[in-house]
Ligand binder design. Structure first.
Ligand code: SF4
Length: 106
């Protein structure tokens, strides 16, 4: 068996490794930049999705002092995952907010 690598083998394997590196880096960067998304309402009924809209739920609160994680209605999920809410159906971002925000007691 010839264990020497031909120039073609080196170039092919090098190109494949480079491609994997670029794809892997892009995937990591995308997930970090995008953050947690809890806005998928495709499994909800139209009425439940409408409640989210009516209460102006957003995935990222504009007020750092009023986030879902600080709301009495929030039900936390696993670490780094969406939680849920006693008022709204569907996934809830710990950093989200809606008009029914009710601060946890101090
Ligand atoms: Fe978030 Fe609104 Fe539910 Fe409170 S009531 S956890 S602010 S969605």
């Amino acid at each position: 068996m010839d264990e020497k690598l031909s120039r073609r083998d080196v170039l092919q394997k090098g190109a494949a490794f480079g491609l994997l590196t670029v794809v892997g880096a892009a995937a990591c960067g995308k997930s970090q930049a995008k953050g947690l998304s809890c806005s998928d309402t495709t499994s909800l009924s139209a009425a439940d999705a409408q409640v989210r809209t009516s209460l102006a739920y957003v995935d990222m609160s504009t007020d750092p002092g009023k986030t879902c994680s600080g709301c009495q209605q929030f039900l936390p999920g696993p670490p780094d995952a969406c939680g849920s809410c006693k008022v709204l159906k569907g996934p809830i971002n710990p950093k989200g907010n809606c008009k029914s925000f009710l601060a946890k007691p101090a």
